[in-house]
Design a protein around this ligand. Structure first.
Ligand SMILES: Cc1cc2nc3c(=O)[nH]c(=O)nc-3n(C[C@H](O)[C@H](O)[C@H](O)COP(=O)(O)O)c2cc1C
Length: 325
């Protein structure tokens, strides 16, 4: 999704830039020329609906090539309630491809609270346009309120395909993990990606019996670290485990988006893992992740795991784990 960038002035010559929009939804509508019939109606229609938009934490900006003075007169003459921005050299319009042959193409963009373009319409017809924008904005707000689909989709799946995972896929997964936050940005996570058959076979010896299903995975990622690679605060607050957990969670969500399974396990013998892989003795091997495509073929799984694979998610009621004061 594209993020908008601009640096303009409004009708009162106040500097307005993209970062000023953050934290609210924004309707940006480009119009060809202040004072013309269509542009006046569009600005009046948005002004009439301003309360509806504001009640949904949404700000509205109209943008044209007109000078700030012209926009100020336009706003005052028609008592417009929208903010107007001047893009005299069309820099912003060009970045969004809304300028053709020196003219602004009437166009509207809905941005979310992170300035990402979530909806756009070019060659806008003014009649009924505000209603269309309201409908789209409402949809976006509902989507944003919902529980994240990837978080809902992710499961600790065990029915794995032996199909290869590419280097590009692995790189994206590791980038996602590495973008996790960490205490003082210590980035304490270390990953060993195992994909050579020889090393995989050796590593299989370290797995506990119940983790037989991991032997199908074409890639295993071993995650290790040590205490002093991260913040060590009073009251036993050692953050290395916390931060590794975040990195692994990021990797799992990225994998889910890519149609992959990333299943972390604790069931392995760390001493054997350390004998096979170049991991310093003083490090803790926190988890091994099985990376694979999922399969619907459950025939290689134990009965218990077949049931788990098809089960609904098992969680305690939220009130058992949350205390609201
Ligand atoms: C730290 C950790 C260790 C885990 N170890 C194992 C394991 O050794 N074997 C296994 O089959 N699953 C393992 N799991 C998967 C959990 O059993 C699974 O996440 C949990 O039952 C919840 O199911 P869900 O992830 O499908 O929501 C582990 C998960 C985590 C986060």
């Amino acid at each position: 999704m594209k993020i908008v960038k601009f640096n303009l002035v409004d009708q009162d010559n106040r500097k307005t830039k993209d970062t000023d929009l953050i934290g609210k939804y924004t309707v940006l509508y480009f119009f060809p020329k202040a004072g013309t019939t269509g542009c006046t109606k569009e600005a009046q229609d948005f002004s009439k609906a301003i309360e509806w938009f504001e009640s949904r934490k949404t700000q509205i900006y109209g943008i044209s090539k007109d000078s700030p003075e012209v926009l100020k007169n336009f706003k005052e003459k028609y008592q417009l309630k929208v903010n107007l921005l001047s893009d005299e050299n069309c820099e912003f319009a060009n970045s969004l491809n809304v300028q053709k042959d020196g003219k602004i193409v009437r166009s509207t963009f809905i941005l979310d609270c992170w300035n990402r373009i979530r909806w756009s319409m070019f060659n806008v017809k003014v009649d009924g346009h505000v209603e269309k924008v309201e409908e789209q904005l409402e949809k976006i707000i509902q989507q944003d309120k919902a529980l994240n689909e990837l978080i809902e989709l992710r499961r600790a799946r065990r029915a794995l395909s032996e199909d290869k995972i590419s280097d590009e896929q692995l790189e994206v997964l590791l980038k996602a993990a590495h973008l996790a936050p960490s205490c003082s940005n210590k980035q304490p996570w270390r990953f060993i990606v195992v994909r050579s058959q020889d090393t995989l076979t050796k590593l299989h010896e370290a797995l506990s019996g119940g983790n037989y299903w991991m032997k199908k995975a074409p890639v295993l990622i071993v995650v290790h670290s040590k205490k002093d690679m991260d913040c060590q605060l009073s009251d036993n607050r050692d953050y290395f485990l916390f931060d590794l957990g975040q990195a692994v969670a990021f990797l799992q969500i990225q994998a889910t988006q890519m149609g992959l399974v990333a299943h972390p396990v604790a069931g392995f013998d760390p001493m054997i893992v350390k004998k096979i892989l170049p991991i310093p003795q003083e490090h803790t091997v926190i988890t091994i992740l099985a990376i694979a495509y999922p399969t619907g073929d459950l025939s290689k799984l134990s009965e218990k795991h077949q049931v788990a694979e098809l089960s609904e998610r098992d969680r305690q009621p939220l009130e058992n784990v949350v205390h609201v004061l």
